[in-house]
Design a protein around this ligand. Structure first.
Ligand code: ADP
Ligand code: ZN
Length: 823
């Protein structure tokens, strides 16, 4: 009977467990449960027991209510989400939650109230006395001021366990004394304003006629307040016109758009003519786009635009977007962190006006709701977003761009689904026949290798105005120390800084740690102050207005304030060591008291809008020196920056995992790329304690080709990606014995399971071993690192097996396919 109301993408209310109703999305429709493509496979998979036996299928349940018939997405989209779930061994509900923010759809709040107005006599009138638990619930409902309480609140206030609470509530409902209902708690809904339009009746007076023509000049429809301003009249005059039948009131929806202020200001910005290099790159890519969009050529893989920093990649993106739009297709442009690229939204709006939409976590519920509907309706055809935008429902997709494709923030490491936007982009591009374009100055070595092999690469070897890449020097800090300089700035860096300040040019300093000092330890007994919940040392932070400072855990935010004496030996020789952004800021202030400083790290950017503020101040010349963590390496395009100093360049390479060389190389190349973008050439000073790191020397020379070659050779030797696929499984529990035992057992079972179909060379299981950070937030962590050399067949076998091993008493298992974070 719901056939005409329920579609894929509709939102419905369904019974869950014994009592609860929950809202959900329809992801498939079918006549026969067992025969569905997804249903049957999913159910079998989740029902597969440890011994490999299929248990009984779950029962079907009726849909209680159709909340919203109009689909929020379509079948092809659901199929993509299923692919993500399958590839990353995630639940489809987790993928939907990542793709479709909960505040988009209507949400249901379950509320309870007394059937009879509350008073004490109720208890007397009832034929039986209540059980204690029922009485608790009755009292709560009687005490509730509004007489209506959400089930969630009621359950909290009653302090009963889940099952006891629902059992008691059910009895009360059966007795007819408590009523439970749904309340539509939609967070986001269309926003409307009252407007007036002409009815077609002529104005009765000269004034009325004037108002009518003012209205028609303004497009025929305006809110009352605006009309009275535009026609310089009063609200009562307009009301009179309504009662005269000359005007009538309508509700007009207004779309909330975070880019509105940019759109309002926007004056169409003409495209600059391309440089010869840009022209060559663009014509190759544009040809590809034509082949795919006009001739339906299947998409085989991504193209790489490898262009040095400042070579004009964004201009090429915009030309291609224009091409896609001309053909009636839409375009998706991803950037690592959208809040860090305020210039980009501006450039896109300058070119494409109100066709541009943005998608990121800082949108309000209303903005998100309206953006989603603008995309669905085809009103917004260029979507700029961070990682999760790859999961947005965007019809007629013709082009997917990932700028700074090497950036690891494209991979979600927690929570599940642990997807990589680039991997999803491949799949999506193939399915929807869209050109996939990856751009970077420092491509992921795996991307580079694949694109070179497939001959899908275009180069921009020079900056737009042929500005030279900055000159870079390495300074040996051990040598500085021997020469009597024990400070954090080498003499060459100090000299160059003084010179820039004098010339009124700008400086960026990179230090890869926030806070003041990296750790605190006792010079008398060697005690290092560690977190209570995590196996890491605490970081010293100096907070404005606090004399003492505090010690903070960067994993769980545990904070200790009094640490002036050693907790172990009680002596006062406890001291801070290592460098953080705050200490650098202080030392720069001591060294150059007149310089205007800004700091940029995640302590600062935690405040909404703070990044833009710091960025705008620095970009407009309101400060001389910007000190920050890797945030300052990303995307800043500021002409007056002519010096970049990296205070501990070797520390970029220090994280113990297989990508540390690549990450260090990328960071140093990117941060160096901030210098010398304007008319004055740039310089870079890399301070280090180890001169013999080959990657450091290559980063200094910005020699990507040699770096990639060496890096790939060492990856191949150790069978790291792209020569294998890494699947990581992290087990955690509050009880160390439990994790240890579970990890051992899992490794054993997995290896015997794989033995049948794979040789030892095809799938290798490393571990179990404690994670590098063995304890986080009070939970002990063990992991298995699986190297899969058997491609899809290997991955499927591994993830299928792992899926059968989920969640047992207090133990949590996290599966990470293509894991980047191995710590
Ligand atoms: P990338 O993305 O490669 O770092 P951008 O696209 O940001 O480089 O370009 C760097 C600067 O050069 C920007 O300020 C941009 O507006 C400008 N630019 C790019 N292409 C041209 C061109 N063809 N003519 C003039 N200026 C350009
Ligand atoms: Zn901690």
């Amino acid at each position: 009977h719901l056939k005409d109301e329920v579609f894929v993408g509709s939102q419905v209310l369904i019974p869950f467990g014994n009592q609860e109703l929950i809202s959900g999305y329809v992801v498939a429709l079918h006549d026969d449960l067992a025969a569905t493509q997804f249903g049957a496979e999913r159910i079998k998979e989740s029902a597969l027991q440890a011994d490999g036996q299929v248990v009984t299928l779950p029962k079907t349940r009726p849909i209680v209510e159709v909340l919203e018939s109009e689909p929020l997405f379509d079948r092809a989209y659901v199929s993509l989400l299923h692919w993500v779930a399958e590839y990353y061994a995630a639940g489809i509900a987790e993928v939907i939650a990542a793709a479709i923010p909960s505040d988009i759809g209507p949400r249901i709040k379950r509320i309870a109230r007394l059937a009879v107005p509350a008073n004490d006599t109720l208890f007397v009138q009832l034929p039986r006395s209540f059980e204690p638990q029922e009485e608790v619930i009755m009292r709560q409902l009687q005490n509730a001021k509004s007489k209506v309480v959400s089930l969630k609140t009621l359950k909290q206030r009653s302090a009963l366990t889940q099952s006891k609470f629902y059992a008691a509530l059910t009895r009360l409902r059966q007795l007819g004394v408590v009523i439970v209902e749904n309340e539509n708690a939609a967070k986001a809904a269309p926003k409307t304003v009252q407007c007036v339009i002409a009815t077609g009746e002529p104005g009765r007076t000269k004034k009325q006629q004037e108002i009518l023509s003012a209205l028609s000049r303004a497009g025929g429809q305006l809110p009352v307040s605006q009309l009275s301003k535009t026609a310089s009249t009063t609200a009562s005059t307009i009301k009179k016109m309504c009662s005269d039948g000359v005007l009538q009131v309508t509700q007009q929806e207004i779309l909330r758009d975070p880019l509105q202020s940019l759109v309002d200001k926007h004056a169409s910005v003409p495209a600059p003519s391309l440089t010869p290099h840009q022209s060559a790159a663009f014509s190759t890519l544009s040809e590809q786009l034509t082949d795919i969009l006009d001739h339906g050529r299947p998409v085989e893989g991504p193209w790489l635009l490898h262009g040095v920093t400042g070579s004009g990649k964004t201009e090429i993106y915009m030309r291609l977007i224009e091409d896609a739009l001309k053909r009636g297709r839409s375009a998706l442009m991803l950037v690592p962190e959208i809040s860090l690229t305020p210039q980009l939204a501006q450039r896109l709006v300058g070119r494409f006006g109100n066709q541009v939409a943005v998608w990121h976590s800082a949108l309000s519920a209303g903005e998100r709701f309206d953006t989603w509907r603008r995309l669905r309706a085809g009103q917004a055809r260029v979507l700029l977003g961070a990682r999760s935008a790859i999961l947005a429902s965007l019809p007629d997709l013709g082009l997917i761009i990932l700028d700074e494709e090497h950036d690891s923030s494209y991979k979600q490491s927690s929570p599940s689904p642990r997807y990589h936007a680039r991997t999803v982009a491949f799949e999506r591009g193939k399915r929807e026949n869209a050109l996939i374009l990856l751009g970077s100055a420092t491509p992921d070595v795996a991307t580079h290798r694949d694109c070179v092999a497939a001959n899908r690469i275009v180069l921009l070897p020079e900056r737009v105005f042929k500005q030279p890449l900055p000159k870079s020097v390495l300074v040996d800090m051990r040598q500085e120390y021997v020469m009597g300089n024990g400070g954090i700035f080498s003499l060459p860096l100090q000299e160059k800084m003084a010179q820039r300040l004098q010339r009124g040019e700008q400086i960026i300093l990179l230090i890869n740690r926030r806070g003041y000092a990296s750790h605190v330890f006792c010079k008398a007994c060697g005690f290092v102050v560690r977190c209570r919940n995590c196996s890491v040392s605490l970081v010293f932070h100096q907070t404005a207005g606090e004399r003492e400072g505090r010690l903070v855990c960067h994993h769980c935010a545990f904070t200790a304030t009094s640490w002036r004496t050693c907790p172990a030996c009680k002596c006062p020789f406890i001291k801070q060591f290592g460098l953080g952004t705050q200490r650098v800021e202080q030392e720069v202030a001591d060294l150059f008291p007149a310089a205007r400083l800004l700091r940029l790290d995640s302590d600062i950017t935690a405040k909404r809008g703070a990044f833009e503020e710091v960025f705008n101040t620095f970009a407009s010349g309101g400060a001389d020196i910007l000190i920050g963590t890797q945030i300052v390496a990303k995307g800043l395009d500021i002409a007056k920056v002519t010096l970049v100093g990296v205070l501990a360049a070797d520390s970029a390479f220090n994280l113990p995992d297989y990508r540390s060389m690549e990450r260090g190389f990328q960071l140093l190349t990117q941060v160096s790329g901030r210098a010398g973008r304007g008319e004055h050439p740039g310089e870079v000073v890399l301070q280090t304690y180890s001169l013999d790191l080959p990657a450091l020397t290559l980063a200094r020379k910005q020699d990507y080709a040699t770096f990639a070659q060496q890096e790939l050779a060492s990856r191949e030797a150790f069978e790291y990606p792209p020569f294998s696929q890494i699947i990581r499984v992290v087990l955690s529990s509050e009880a160390i014995e439990q994790v240890e035992a579970a990890a051992d057992q899992l490794a054993e079972e997995l290896s015997s399971h794989l033995e049948q179909d794979f040789t030892e060379d095809q799938v290798k299981i490393l571990g179990p071993a404690p994670c590098l950070i063995e304890r986080i937030r009070g939970r002990f962590r063990y992991h298995l690192i699986i190297k899969n050399l058997a491609e899809n067949r290997g991955r499927t076998a591994i993830t299928r097996f792992l899926r059968t091993r989920r969640g047992q008493g207090g133990l949590v298992m996290a599966i990470d396919v293509d894991a980047l974070d191995l710590i």
